[in-house]
Design a protein around this ligand. Structure first.
Ligand code: ARG
Length: 582
């Protein structure tokens, strides 16, 4: 058996069947609305609307449905207002634990099989330091890539690196005129970032330099060999620096996933010609622009999507249109996700609208902007360094790892120095990722290193500890010779804390489906946090190694094993390393 049907789904099906026994045919499709509940394991709220439709008292319909459910083996109490409180028999719960343990990958059904999802994420800019905004895109996009892949989708990762544009004319010209300023090698990104700013300053104050820069843009676009060579060097150096960050963060992106803006350069005239031919792009003060119904600025004027500038250059929008067309035609995407800052919402709304009208984005392909909020500093303003510059990602990670190291050092442990360092890295990086992912995606959040490495509370470190504690119990069991393969006995009693833990363990699949649908990773974080707490409750109330019965001990060890695997899977899908000991 490989796919395991969640208990909640089984209950839902049973209520559905019971409803169809009791209700007239035309109401048989009533949604049973089954949820976890405090009063019993599950509550079904479907009777109420059905009874209303029938003009019958809800309580009496509830009693009839409850009878059917009891007959099918699900103890159920109907309540006055028509709710059904359903308790799952203990053997069903134990059997589910055994089934998940025996199944491959915890028995999760690959509900996204057959989908081809392109995920556009990270997308830093060449010759510029990656900043915290790119951090959010990188972390969120990577988690979505992992979750969708886990659910069976074919995921095409796309790093739409900003590697093209008129700014490169300026930068290359400046580099050429200042051979004394070296930038290759270590710290090349900081050096490039500084050069870029120097070039910009010169461009703004010296009109002759500005003219030479413009000539460079022409040289770059017409394929001048020397200019292209410098540009290639810039791109290669930057991509290597980005890759170092991805590797350190444990991000799936590789150089193969980089499809920079330059790749689409040759397609841009064709894209614009087609838009003009279809009457979608029109002349607007010398530029070619497309408009979207209802999109107006504060002054009430329609907002233009500029596909060709007055000076004949193509920009970000034309490139995104060309990119979208390729993703549909060549990558055969059924779903395209753009994990990009919320401030670009209007851009994507217009790009999708124009692409639909141009026939490049068919109705059966879903294109979604997955926006996220801003990372704020302690002062509640966008996160900046003291002198107002962008915060370097690597500094940020160093800081988190240092704090994690200090936090871990406070604990008793018998780890070797290498192990300790490995764990400090995992904890520090995991803390940054978890802090980002556990916040509602669209909200801004305050970057607070002290809070993110806390051992208690909804943090990555807390979950890593929970996982390591489970693994430690399982190691102890093995050390004292308790057999690991004793089957789960479904006929043993089920303690309320065991029940709560087992039912929570059964919800990973539904949680992942939820994340895949809503594209909100914080739902998985919340689930794992709840799971860790259910485990702690269980551990406090139900002795495992010191259980006085071999069978009880084996059942509890099975719960531990399943908890360990579920936490490890969940953390892995968040891209967080789960060490076996901490
Ligand atoms: N490079 C852009 C930036 O830093 C993000 C690109 C996002 N992806 C896209 N297809 N437009 O803002």
């Amino acid at each position: 058996m490989s796919h395991v049907v969640a208990i909640q789904d089984q209950v839902e099906a049973a209520v559905q069947a019971a409803l169809s026994q009791v209700l007239p045919a035309e109401l048989a499709g009533t949604d049973p609305v089954v949820r976890r509940s405090d009063r019993a394991d599950y509550q079904s709220n479907g009777v109420l609307p059905a009874a209303k439709n029938l003009g019958l008292p809800a309580a009496s319909v509830a009693i009839d449905v409850a009878k059917e459910l009891i007959e099918s083996g699900l103890p159920t109490l109907g309540s006055g207002p028509g709710f059904l409180n359903i308790t799952v028999p203990a053997p069903t719960v134990w059997r589910q634990v055994a089934a998940r343990l025996a199944a491959k990958d915890l028995g999760i059904t690959p509900t996204r099989h057959g989908e081809r999802t392109v995920i556009d994420y990270s997308a830093p800019n060449v010759a510029k330091e990656m900043h915290v905004g790119h951090l959010r895109s990188t972390i969120i996009g990577d988690t979505l890539a992992r979750v969708l892949t886990h659910l069976g989708a074919t995921v095409v990762r796309q790093n739409h690196v900003g590697d093209w544009g008129t700014q490169f004319g300026m930068l290359i010209q400046f580099i050429d005129e200042h051979p004394e300023q070296t930038w290759q090698g270590e710290a090349s990104m900081s050096a490039l970032d500084a050069l870029y700013r120097a070039a910009r300053a010169e461009f703004d104050k010296d009109p002759d330099f500005a003219d030479r820069s413009r000539a460079r843009v022409v040289a770059l676009q017409s394929g001048d060999a020397a200019t292209l060579a410098t540009w290639r060097e810039l791109v290669a150096e930057s991509e290597a620096a980005f890759q170092a960050v991805y590797d350190r963060l444990g991000i799936l992106l590789t150089l193969d996933d980089a499809d920079g803006e330059s790749r689409y350069n040759a397609d841009l005239p064709g894209v614009v010609d087609e838009l003009v031919a279809r009457g979608i792009a029109v002349d607007s003060g010398g530029a070619l622009c497309a408009f979207t119904d209802g999109v107006v600025g504060p002054d009430g004027d329609p907002v233009p999507l500029i596909v060709r500038k007055k000076d004949g250059g193509f920009g970000y929008a034309a490139t995104d249109l060309a990119t979208l067309r390729l993703r549909v035609d060549e990558y055969r995407a059924t779903r395209i996700l753009y994990v990009v800052d919320a401030r670009q919402a209007l851009h994507f709304r217009m790009v999708f609208d124009v692409a639909r009208r141009a026939g490049w984005l068919p109705d059966n392909v879903d294109a979604t902007h997955v926006p996220f909020g801003t990372v704020l500093g302690a002062d509640g303003k966008p996160f900046k360094t003291r002198d107002g510059g962008t915060v370097r990602l690597t500094d940020l990670l160093d800081q988190a790892v240092a704090r994690a190291r200090a936090e871990l050092a406070k604990k008793d442990h018998d780890l070797s120095p290498e192990e300790f360092e490995h764990i400090a890295q995992a904890a520090g990086i995991g803390a940054v990722k978890y802090a980002d992912l556990s916040n509602t995606r669209t909200k801004d959040y305050v970057f607070d290193v002290d809070r993110m490495v806390a051992l208690n509370g909804n943090t990555g470190v807390y979950l890593q500890y929970a996982h390591a504690r489970v693994r430690s119990i399982l190691r102890k069991a093995a050390d004292v010779g308790i057999p690991a393969d004793r089957p789960v006995d479904p006929d043993l009693p089920l303690h309320p804390a065991e029940r709560a833990l087992a039912l929570t363990l059964d919800e990973l699949a539904a949680t992942l489906d939820d994340v895949a649908g809503t594209l909100e990773p914080h739902r998985l974080c919340g689930y794992l946090f709840g799971l860790a707490r259910a485990y702690t409750e269980f551990y406090e109330q139900c002795p495992v190694l010191r259980a006085d019965d071999d069978g009880v001990r084996a059942n509890r060890l099975a719960l531990c094993e399943l908890t360990g695997r579920t936490l490890a899977t969940g953390l892995d899908l968040l891209g967080i390393v789960a060490p076996d000991r901490m």
